[in-house]
Design a binder for this molecule. Structure first.
Ligand code: ASP
Length: 312
C-alpha cells in the first residue's frame, strides 16, 4: 500500500515505496503475459484521464490499466471542453471535484500544474507528465524494465543522453534511480544540460565516447522541440553525429549494456534505427509492456484504502 493520496513525482517517493510499486507490477506483468483474468480491484472506482498535451502510449496505457482492473474510465474530452473557452485550471479542478471521481490521471504542459489540481481535489491524482518537471510512471517502468533485463536495480552505471534540459523523464529517472543506489551520468551538448544539475548527485559529460565507457544502461532522450524556445543545436544531422546513439558509440558501453528510450523515438536523430530494433540490446518495446503493469500497480496501490473497495 502507498500511504499517500497522490503520485506527483519520484522526488518525494521513498526507496521502499518505489520497490513496493515495482514488486506489485512484477505480478501484474506476469498476469498480463499469461493473459490471466484481471482482479477487478477497481470495480466501482471512477478514473478520469485528462490529457492537456498529446500522448500516445501513456494515455492508452493508463486506459488499458484501469480497464483491466475493472474501473469506470472517462477520457475527458479537452478539445471540446470549457478549457478551450478560457476556464482556469482551478475552476476546472473545482468542477471535477464536484463529480466525485476517485482517480484523476493528468498530463499538462506546465510544470507544477498537476500538483496545483491535486491540492484542490479530494481524490487521488497521478501525474502523467507535467512540463519538464516529472513523469513518475515512466521512471518506475524504466526501473522495472532494468530489473527484469539485468536482474538487479542497484549498483548500476546508467547514462542519460541527449536533451536533458527539456526532459521530465530525465528528472524522474535521476531521482528514482539514485534512490535505488545507482550512479548516473548525464551526457549531452552544453545547451541541453541544465546548469547545476550536478547538485542532483549526477556526473556530467559532453562527450558520448567518454561518457558511455563502462555503462550498463544507456537511456536515450528525444529532442523535445515543442519545449524549445530558441536554437539549442545547429542541425539534426550534426546532433546525430555527436550525440545520436549508434553502433560506434555503443561499443564504449559494457558488452551486455541495454538501450532504453521513453518514446516517441526520432530515428536517425537521437538513435540509429537498427540499434533501436536490435532485440538483443534494445528494451524499448519491453518498456511499453512493463508500463502497463506499473500503471496497474499504481492504480491499485493508491486506491487500496478506498471505501468502495471494501467488498472486493
Ligand atoms: N513520452 C515522454 C514524455 O511524455 C518522452 C517524450 O515525449 O520524449 O515526456
Amino acid at each position: 500500500m502507498l500511504n499517500r493520496k497522490d503520485l506527483l513525482g519520484t522526488a518525494d517517493l521513498s526507496k521502499e515505496e518505489i520497490l513496493s510499486i515495482i514488486d506489485l507490477a512484477e505480478l501484474y506483468s506476469r498476469d498480463n503475459i499469461d493473459n490471466a483474468n484481471n482482479t477487478g480491484v477497481l470495480r466501482n472506482i471512477t478514473q478520469i484521464n485528462l490529457f492537456f498535451e498529446n500522448s500516445t502510449r501513456t494515455q492508452v496505457s493508463f486506459e488499458i490499466a484501469g480497464t483491466k482492473l475493472g474501473a469506470n474510465i472517462v477520457n475527458f474530452p479537452l478539445g471540446n471542453s470549457s478549457q478551450s473557452k478560457g476556464e482556469t485550471l482551478l475552476d476546472l479542478a473545482a468542477t471535477l471535484n464536484s463529480m466525485f471521481p476517485d482517480i484523476l490521471v493528468i498530463r499538462h504542459p506546465n510544470s507544477g500544474a498537476v500538483q496545483l489540481i491535486s491540492e484542490k481535489v479530494k481524490c487521488s491524482v497521478i501525474n502523467a507528465g507535467d512540463g519538464n518537471h516529472e513523469h513518475p510512471t515512466q521512471a518506475l517502468l524504466d526501473a522495472q524494465t532494468i530489473r527484469k533485463r539485468l536482474g538487479k536495480i542497484s549498483g548500476l552505471k546508467i547514462a542519460i543522453c541527449g536533451d536533458v534540459a527539456h526532459s521530465r523523464v530525465a528528472r524522474s529517472n535521476i531521482f528514482c534511480l539514485k534512490k535505488l543506489g545507482n550512479s548516473i551520468k548525464v551526457i549531452g551538448p552544453k545547451t541541453l544540460i541544465p546548469k547545476g544539475i550536478e547538485s542532483f548527485g549526477v556526473e556530467v559529460t559532453h562527450n558520448m565516447f567518454d561518457g558511455l565507457q563502462d555503462i550498463d544502461v544507456v537511456m536515450v532522450l528525444r529532442l523535445q522541440k515543442e519545449r524549445m524556445d530558441g536554437a539549442f543545436f545547429s542541425s539534426e544531422r550534426e546532433y546525430f553525429h555527436f550525440y545520436g546513439l549508434d553502433e560506434r558509440k555503443m561499443q564504449y558501453a559494457k558488452p551486455n549494456a541495454i538501450i532504453m528510450h521513453p518514446g516517441p523515438m526520432n530515428r536517425g536523430v537521437e538513435i540509429d534505427g537498427d540499434l533501436a530494433d536490435d532485440i538483443n540490446r534494445s528494451v524499448i518495446t519491453q518498456q511499453v509492456e512493463v508500463g502497463l503493469a506499473i500503471r496497474m500497480a499504481i492504480l491499485d496501490l493508491l486506491t487500496a484504502k478506498h471505501p468502495l473497495r471494501k467488498n472486493v
